[in-house]
Design a protein around this ligand. Structure first.
Ligand SMILES: *[C@@H]1O[C@H](CO)[C@@H](O)[C@H](O)[C@H]1NC(C)=O
Ligand SMILES: *[C@@H]1O[C@H](CO)[C@@H](O)[C@H](O)[C@H]1NC(C)=O
Ligand SMILES: *[C@@H]1O[C@H](CO)[C@@H](O)[C@H](O)[C@H]1NC(C)=O
Ligand SMILES: *[C@@H]1O[C@H](CO)[C@@H](O)[C@H](O)[C@H]1NC(C)=O
Ligand SMILES: *[C@@H]1O[C@H](CO)[C@@H](O)[C@H](O)[C@H]1NC(C)=O
Length: 774
C-alpha cells in the first residue's frame, strides 16, 4: 500500500515526550477513524501491520510490537513504538492521530483513598416504580457492558435463576483465565473479557497475587458497579454490622451484563490507593463491546485532568458506540468541589454527578453533661454501655509531635499511656481517615471520634473503622472540644449506630462530585444529571477486604462505597430500562429523556443543596436528580445524530475523528448542537441558538414555553407555542439570550443559571441554562 505523506499539519497530532530517548519504546494508539468497506478481521490486521512494516526495521519487530488491532468499529491499533516511529506514522495521510498511552491516566472513580468512603444503595436507595420495571421487563433483553475491574461471579446478585436465554444478537465471549472459566458466565453474566496488554507494556507481567489474569474482580469496584446496574434482587443483605439492611437490587435486575475488565491493581501500591486503566486497553474493550452487541456502556472511569475529545480514548470509543446507538454513561469525576474539574464531558456521553440518598447511619455521642451530639458511622463495633473518659488527641500526643498536626492522630503520634481506655477525638487533615482510627486503636484507645475541620463541610465522615467510632461535622467537633475544655473530667459514650431512613434533606450534592463548567467544551452544559453516589450498598469481591486494605481481615459480600463511580451505574441501569421500553430511540433521545425529566427539589420540597446546605446549581447536578419513571414518557426529546456530533467537533476545531466527514467551511456555533441543555460561555451582548424537539408523547399535543431566565439576562424562546399533530413530528425553535444592563457588574467567568421548559399539561420538558459574560 502506498502511503502519502501530508505536507502540512492541520492540528497537533502528538506531543512527543521530550525526555524520552529516541529508541525508548512506548505504547501509542495509531487512530485511523472508521473502517471503510467490508473487510475481514484478517484483512484489517494485515492493513494495520502494513503501517508498522513501514516504520519498523524487521517483520519480526513489526509483528511483536502490535498490542491491539481494533477491528469492530474503531479503526486503529496500539503498538510499541519509539517516538521517532510514532512521529513517522503521524505523517501518513490516513493516520488521523497518534496518541501516546501514558499521556492521559485513567482510573476508577470511587473516592480518593477512602477520603469519602462508606455508602449505600440497594435496599431502599434506588427503588424504581414497579410499573416501569414491568413495562421494561426489568431490562431482560438489554445488554449492558461494564468497563471496570472485573466481576465476582459467585455473588448472589449475579444469579441467573429463571432468566432464560439471552438475545440471539449477542456475539461476546466468556474468556478464561486465573480462577475464571466459561462456567463463571451464565444467563446474567453473558460475557466476560479482560484487557491488559497496555498495562503489561508499562509494568511488565501482572503480579498474579495482586490481581487475577482473567475477568475476575479482586478489587470490588467492578462487582459493585455491575450489581448496581443489574444485580438480582437479594433479600436481607447488609454491609458489615447490619448497616443498610434490606433487599439489594440493581436498577435493572434482569438486564444482561457483559464484563470488560480494563482496570488493574498498581504494583507496589495498596488497592485502597486506587488502580489504573490504560487508554489502549479501554479502547480495545470498547471496540469489542461495540462488536459484541452491547446496548449500553456504563463506565465509572475517568481521567485525572480534562482531556480534549480527540486525545481521550473514552470519548473516541464512545463516539463509535453512539454511531451504533449504544448509550454511554460515564462518571463525572470526584475532583469537586473545585470548579471546572469534570472528566468525560463529550456531548455524546451522559456525564453523571453524585448526590446522597435519604439514608443516614446515626451513631450519636452522649457527653458527660448529658448533651447529645449527632454522629454518623458504618463501623460495626459497639462500646459496652457506660461512660468513658474523653480526650482530644492534641492533649495526649508524644512530645515530638508538631503542634499544627497534634490533633490529627497521625501514625505514631499518640501516647499509649495517655490514650489507654479512653475515647479519643481526632480531626481530619493529613493522613487517611481509617489510619487515624488505627492510631487510636494502636495507642489503646477504646473509642474514636473523627471530626471535620471547617473546610470539610457539614457532612460528617462516615467510615468502617477498626474500633467503636463515629464521625462528626465541624460544628459538632467544636461542641465536643468546648465540652472537653469546660471540665476536668470529660466523659462520653458512643451510641451504637443505626440505619435511619427517610432522612431529610435528600438528595444533596456530594462535596466530591466534579463541577462544571466543562473545561474542554464550555458550550456544552455538564454534568448532565445526578444520581445516588454517597454510601451506596452493592455486591463486593470476596478477594478484597471491606476497606481494600491488605491488613484488614474483614471480608464482606456487600459493601458501602461513595463516588461518581457509584452514581454512573444508576444512569446505566435507567438507560437500559429506557432502551427496553423504546428500542428504536437513539442514545441522544435516551439522554434527553433523562435530562429533561430530572428533579430539582429535595424531599423537603426545596431546591437541591450542596453539602453545606447552600442551593446547588447545574454545574453540580446538571438538570437535576434522575427520575427514570418520568424519563420513560418525556413528551419531547432533543435528538442528535452522529453527523451532528461531527459538526459540533468541526465547530470546536476537532477534525481528526472521522476522515470520511468533511467539515463545512463555516461550521455552526458549538452552542447549536441539539442538546437538551444550553451553555453560553462569555456572552457578548446577544446570542441566538436553535433547537429541535421531536414529539414522542401523545399524537396531538400543544406545548407552551415557560422561562426562568438566569438573573441579569433576558431569554426569549420563539415560537412560544409548539403544536404537534403526530408522533415523530419535529419542531424547531430559537432561544435568544441577552445580557441585560443590570448585570454590568457581574464578574467574568461567573455563571448565572436559568431554565426553559416546554409544558403540555402532562409533560414538563425542562432544560437548564448556564451563561457567563465576556
Ligand atoms: C471451571 O472451573 C471449575 C473450578 O475449577 C470447574 O469445576 C469447572 O469444571 C470448570 N468449567 C469448565 C467449563 O472448564
Ligand atoms: C436477616 O439476616 C439476619 C442476620 O444475617 C438475621 O438475624 C435476620 O433474622 C434476617 N432477617 C430476615 C427477615 O430474614
Ligand atoms: C500536612 O502536612 C504538611 C507537611 O507536614 C503541612 O505543611 C500541612 O500543614 C499539614 N496539613 C494539615 C491540614 O495539617
Ligand atoms: C480549649 O482551651 C485551650 C486552652 O485554654 C484553648 O487554647 C482552646 O482554644 C480551647 N478550645 C476550644 C474549642 O474552646
Ligand atoms: C463585544 O462585541 C463588540 C461589538 O462586536 C466588540 O467591540 C467588543 O470588543 C466585544 N467585547 C468582548 C469582551 O469581546
Amino acid at each position: 500500500m502506498a502511503f502519502t505523506v501530508k505536507n502540512f499539519h492541520v492540528f497537533l497530532l502528538v506531543l512527543l515526550p521530550l525526555l524520552v530517548s529516541c529508541d525508548e519504546k512506548q505504547v501509542y494508539i495509531v487512530y485511523l477513524g472508521e473502517h471503510s468497506g467490508e473487510k475481514t478481521h484478517n484483512e484489517i490486521e494485515e492493513n494495520h501491520y502494513s503501517y508498522l512494516f513501514s516504520v519498523k526495521e524487521t517483520v519480526e519487530d513489526a509483528k511483536s510490537s502490535l498490542l491491539y488491532s481494533y477491528k469492530s468499529s474503531i479503526n486503529g491499533f496500539a503498538a510499541l513504538l519509539t517516538p521517532d516511529e510514532a512521529s513517522k506514522l503521524s505523517e501518513i495521510e490516513e493516520v488521523l492521530s497518534v496518541l501516546r498511552s501514558q499521556s492521559t491516566k485513567y482510573s476508577l472513580q470511587t473516592t480518593r483513598s477512602w477520603e469519602f468512603s462508606g455508602l449505600q444503595q440497594g435496599g431502599t436507595g434506588f427503588q424504581l416504580k414497579k410499573d416501569l420495571l414491568l413495562e421494561s421487563s426489568y431490562g431482560r433483553n438489554v445488554i449492558v457492558g461494564m468497563l471496570d475491574s472485573g466481576i465476582w461471579p459467585e455473588s448472589k446478585s449475579f444469579s441467573d435463576e429463571g432468566m432464560g436465554p439471552y438475545p440471539s444478537s449477542w456475539k461476546g465471549i466468556c474468556q478464561s483465565g486465573d480462577e475464571f472459566n466459561s462456567s463463571n458466565c451464565n444467563m446474567k453474566i453473558i460475557g466476560a473479557r479482560y484487557y491488559i496488554k497496555g498495562y503489561e507494556a508499562q509494568y511488565g507481567p501482572l503480579d498474579r497475587t495482586l490481581d487475577s489474569l482473567s475477568p475476575r474482580d479482586k478489587d470490588g469496584h467492578g462487582t459493585h458497579t455491575a450489581s448496581t446496574v443489574g444485580g438480582r434482587r437479594v433479600q436481607n443483605v447488609s454491609a458489615l454490622g447490619g448497616f443498610a439492611r434490606g433487599t439489594a437490587s440493581g436498577g435493572a435486575p434482569l438486564v444482561r451484563l457483559a464484563i470488560y475488565k480494563v482496570c488493574w491493581a498498581i504494583p507496589d501500591q495498596g488497592k485502597e490507593e486506587g488502580n489504573t486503566c490504560f487508554m489502549e486497553d479501554i479502547l480495545a474493550a470498547m471496540d469489542d463491546a461495540i462488536g459484541d452487541g452491547v446496548d449500553v456502556l456504563s463506565m465509572s472511569i475517568g481521567t485525572n485532568r480534562p482531556v480534549p475529545f480527540h486525545e481521550d480514548s473514552i470519548a473516541i470509543g464512545a463516539l463509535h458506540a453512539i454511531k451504533k446507538n449504544i448509550v454511554v454513561a460515564c462518571s463525572a469525576g470526584n475532583s469537586g468541589p473545585a470548579p471546572a474539574t469534570l472528566s468525560n464531558t463529550a456531548p455524546w456521553i451522559i456525564t453523571v454527578g453524585a448526590s446522597s440518598i435519604d439514608r443516614k447511619f446515626l451513631a450519636p455521642i452522649v457527653l458527660g453533661n448529658g448533651m447529645k451530639i449527632e454522629g454518623q458511622t458504618i463501623t460495626p463495633y459497639n462500646l459496652e454501655k457506660k461512660m468513658y473518659q474523653l480526650v482530644y488527641a492534641a492533649q495526649i500526643v508524644n512530645a515530638d509531635v508538631p503542634k499544627d498536626t497534634s490533633g490529627q492522630c497521625l501514625p505514631g503520634s499518640l501516647s499509649p499511656e495517655a490514650a489507654k481506655g479512653k475515647i479519643v477525638l481526632c480531626l481530619r487533615g493529613n493522613g487517611t481517615r481509617l489510619n487515624k482510627g488505627l492510631e487510636v486503636k494502636r495507642a489503646g484507645g477504646i473509642g474514636f471520634i473523627l471530626g471535620n475541620r471547617r473546610e470539610d463541610g457539614v457532612i460528617p465522615p462516615v467510615d468502617a473503622h477498626f474500633l467503636p467510632a463515629t464521625g462528626v461535622n465541624y460544628e459538632n467537633a467544636l461542641k465536643i472540644l468546648n465540652y472537653i475544655n469546660s471540665t476536668k473530667t470529660p466523659m462520653a459514650y458512643i451510641v451504637p449506630a443505626t440505619t435511619e431512613l427517610d432522612s431529610k434533606p435528600a438528595p444533596f450534592m456530594a462535596s466530591f462530585t466534579s463541577r462544571g463548567p466543562s473545561p474542554v467544551s464550555p458550550n456544552i452544559l455538564k454534568p448532565d444529571i445526578t444520581a445516588p453516589g454517597l454510601f451506596i450498598l452493592a455486591a463486593w469481591s470476596e478477594a478484597s477486604s471491606l476497606t481494600k486494605l491488605a491488613n484488614d481481615p474483614r471480608m464482606v459480600k456487600y459493601n458501602i462505597l461513595s463516588g461518581t463511580s457509584m452514581s454512573c451505574p444508576h444512569i446505566g441501569a435507567a438507560s437500559a430500562l429506557l432502551k427496553a421500553i423504546h428500542p428504536t430511540w437513539s442514545s441522544a433521545a435516551i439522554r434527553s429523556a433523562l435530562i429533561t425529566t430530572a428533579e430539582l427539589n429535595d424531599n423537603l420540597g426545596n431546591p437541591i443543596t450542596d453539602e453545606f446546605g447552600k442551593t446547588a446549581d447545574p454545574f453540580q447536578f446538571g438538570s437535576g436528580h434522575f427520575r427514570p419513571t418520568k424519563a420513560a414518557d418525556p413528551g419531547l426529546v432533543y435528538d442528535a445524530s452522529y453527523t451532528d456530533y461531527l459538526l459540533f467537533l468541526c465547530s470546536i476545531g476537532i477534525t481528526n475523528l472521522d476522515s470520511s466527514f468533511k467539515c463545512p467551511i463555516k461550521p455552526p456555533s458549538p452552542s447549536n448542537l441539539n442538546y437538551p441543555s444550553l451553555a453560553i460561555p462569555e456572552l457578548n451582548g446577544t446570542t441566538t441558538v436553535e433547537r429541535k424537539v421531536t414529539n414522542v408523547g401523545g399524537s396531538k399535543s400543544v406545548y407552551f414555553i415557560k422561562v426562568k431566565p438566569p438573573p441579569g439576562f433576558l431569554v426569549t424562546v420563539s415560537p412560544s407555542i409548539l403544536i404537534f399533530n403526530q408522533v415523530g413530528e419535529t419542531k424547531t425553535f430559537t432561544i435568544t439570550v441577552k445580557a441585560s444592563s443590570v448585570n454590568k457588574g457581574m464578574e467574568k467567568d461567573k455563571y448565572a443559571f436559568g431554565w426553559y421548559t416546554w409544558f403540555d399539561g402532562i409533560h414538563s420538558v425542562q432544560s437548564p441554562i448556564a451563561v457567563s459574560l465576556a
